[in-house]
Design a protein around this ligand. Structure first.
Ligand SMILES: Cc1cc2nc3c(=O)[nH]c(=O)nc-3n(C[C@H](O)[C@H](O)[C@H](O)COP(=O)(O)OP(=O)(O)OC[C@H]3O[C@@H](n4cnc5c(N)ncnc54)[C@H](O)[C@@H]3O)c2cc1C
Ligand code: SF4
Length: 566
């Protein structure tokens, strides 16, 4: 039974869906957002360490809603294991506003070269590298709008790799910075590197009907109770609701999109909180469930014209799934070695580090490769203060489980003797034929729907680039005098940073979406989460997802031309 009719139905209320909801509602369209998770408000986000680390408070129980992950085993074959058995989790945040509620808010734009990687660096064997159908100049006005509308805090300083921008500076001054930021800056200068001041999607002063950051120290993986964090719920959905033309239906698990004999989507079928099946009809549908679940929903939505899944007569849905490649590293800054003044400064809690290195976004180093090569960035941060998370990591030493007094002593060391400075390496996950989403033939979720099977093959080149960047970051930690400097680069995907699966492009045989992120095969279907990205770039995706979602919304309103302009 159909219970709602609206201009646009958006499935998924996170970073890809919410800006569309805001822009279209603001323009006078009626918008209904269907979201599988609950609707929480600022005051519900407590810093409950146990709940966030040990219990799935913002994600479904894997027993009821698993994924199946295909990993390469020692013989080179693929082994499929449900996440209910492996403990791995490919859910990231299922609540109104999506996983953007839980992000750290490190915000980076892509650089112009990300839009034309094939042209700039040429093909790579075993990788499906392509250029984007739009250029940086097409997205720049929307990056700029996001700064204003989400509230990005930062400061433009002279830097060799700064992206072209249409406004002079960020609308909000930088968030407060930890004393260690200046030390990192100095260490980089000593090495001839250029530390970059990282913008944050966090309000440094009250604005946009939201409070400013309270420097809780618990940002990444935790929801924000001040409203300062520019997640989709606070930044886009609150103003969308204020138009009076946007409604959000939480606990609405969309099971399939129903298409007619002409190949148009006519309804979204969802299960409500009681498990009742309901349908929503609309003129247009926007899917933004995050990369894996977007592909899964389309594959589960067969119809008279789409026997292999909606918009999938090309067989492209689910292919070229991307993650952020790289890894992480750390070093311990020991209080005794620093002396009392610097040790006291290092113990400061709350302010952010906000320092990164993008000197090797394009690697021009003959010892690495003959010509210029796509590189990435390094982001510095202090270890998350969550003691439960720390204990969880500290309980293993050399493969042995620590408990009792040895574990207590180790934790004591973590809290009293030093502070760990971490870094994360972000580089391109080269799109390849061994990284894709399909439907598992036997495992079903609580509603009886086939779950996503995710093959997670990586390209060997990603590890080489990651190692190159990690070595540079280790040098910075050594220059800072850190002890136990170490890093790990692997082909294991970080599930919180996923994209691809429904790439946009000009050729319907090799892409799912056109340049406006409308399905080539379905005239009233759009995809606006990170699924559209044919290559991922070497930075976290959310600013790009926000900007592109705004761009697509304007195209839906017929406002601006899209095309390759740079
Ligand atoms: C701990 C953490 C830290 C992060 N830090 C950063 C950072 O510092 N910088 C950065 O740029 N990015 C960061 N990210 C990543 C960022 O959150 C994502 O890039 C972004 O939220 C992705 O947007 P999305 O729209 O694809 O997915 P989401 O924002 O997750 O939204 C998808 C929504 O769709 C809903 N949904 C899924 N399936 C269905 C269905 N069938 N029916 C109805 N609804 C459905 C989900 O419940 C979810 O709410 C971080 C993420 C995490 C988890
Ligand atoms: S108050 Fe600041 S530090 Fe705390 S969660 Fe919000 S944005 Fe992050």
């Amino acid at each position: 039974m159909s219970d709602t009719d609206c201009d646009v139905c958006i499935i998924g209320s996170g970073a890809g869906g919410a800006p569309v909801a805001w822009r279209l509602a603001q323009a006078g369209l009626s918008v209904l957002v269907l979201e599988k998770g609950p609707w929480l408000a600022d005051q519900h986000f407590r810093k409950d360490e146990l709940a966030c680390c040990r219990r799935p408070v913002y994600t479904p129980e894997k027993r009821l809603e698993p994924h199946v992950v295909e990993d390469r085993n020692a013989d080179g074959d693929w082994t499929a294991t449900p996440t209910s058995e492996s403990g791995w989790d490919f859910w990231n945040g299922n609540l109104v506003g999506g996983s953007s509620n839980l992000m750290s808010g490190f915000f980076h734009r892509l650089k112009p070269v990300d839009f034309r990687q094939l042209e700039a660096f040429g093909p790579i064997d075993g990788a499906n590298r392509v250029d984007w159908p739009i250029g940086y100049d097409d997205l720049e006005p929307y990056y700029d709008q996001v700064e204003q509308l989400v509230g990005i805090s930062g400061a433009i300083a002279k830097h060799p790799n700064i992206e072209p921008r249409s406004s002079a500076d960020f609308p909000y001054p930088p968030t407060l910075e930890h004393p260690v930021s200046a030390w990192i800056g100095q260490a980089c200068e000593n090495l001839g590197y250029h530390a970059l001041r990282v913008p944050r999607a966090i309000l440094s002063r009250p604005a946009l009907r939201r409070r400013s950051c309270e420097y809780s120290g618990y940002c990444g993986s935790f929801g924000c109770s001040s409203g300062a964090k520019g997640g989709a719920r606070a930044a886009w959905l609150a103003p969308a609701l204020a138009t009076g033309r946007c409604a959000i239906r939480s606990h609405a698990q969309v099971l399939r999109l129903i298409s007619d004999a002409r190949g148009k989507v006519i309804a979204a079928e969802y299960a409500d909180a009681e498990g009742q099946r309901r349908q929503v009809t609309a003129k247009r549908f926007v899917v933004a469930c995050q990369a894996v679940e977007t592909s899964r929903l389309l594959l589960n939505s067969t119809g008279p014209k789409f026997p292999q899944g909606l918009a999938n007569n090309s067989g492209q849905v689910g292919r070229n799934l991307l993650f952020s490649a790289g890894g992480s590293g750390s070093g311990d800054l020991e209080y005794d070695a620093l002396g009392p003044e610097r040790a006291a400064a290092l113990k400061t809690m709350g302010p952010f580090v906000n320092r990164a290195l993008d000197d090797w976004y394009v690697i021009k180093d003959q010892s690495f490769a003959a010509g210029p090569h796509k590189g990435g960035i390094v982001e510095f941060m202090l270890a998350h203060p969550n003691p439960t998370g720390l204990a969880n990591r500290a309980k293993w030493r050399d493969g042995e489980l620590l408990w009792g007094l040895p574990l207590k002593r180790r934790l004591e060391q973590w809290f009293r003797a030093d502070r760990t400075l971490r870094f994360e390496v972000f580089c391109d996950w080269l799109p390849n034929d061994d990284c894709f989403v399909s439907l598992d033939p036997s495992v079903k979720d609580r509603w009886g729907q086939p779950v996503a099977r995710i093959r997670i093959g990586h390209h060997a080149q990603d590890l080489k680039v990651g190692r190159y960047l990690a070595d540079k970051a280790e040098r910075v930690l050594n220059e800072l005098g850190a002890a136990r400097v170490r890093s790990s680069i692997s082909g294991s995907p970080p599930p919180n940073l996923m994209a691809g699966g429904c790439r946009f492009g000009t050729d319907p045989k090799t892409s799912v979406l056109d340049a406006d992120c409308r399905a080539h095969e379905v005239e009233n279907l759009y995809v606006t989460d990170g699924s559209f990205m044919p290559t991922g770039g070497s930075v976290p995706y959310t600013w790009t997802i926000y900007a592109n979602a705004l761009r697509v919304a304007e195209r839906m309103l017929g406002e601006k031309p899209t095309g390759r302009s740079s």
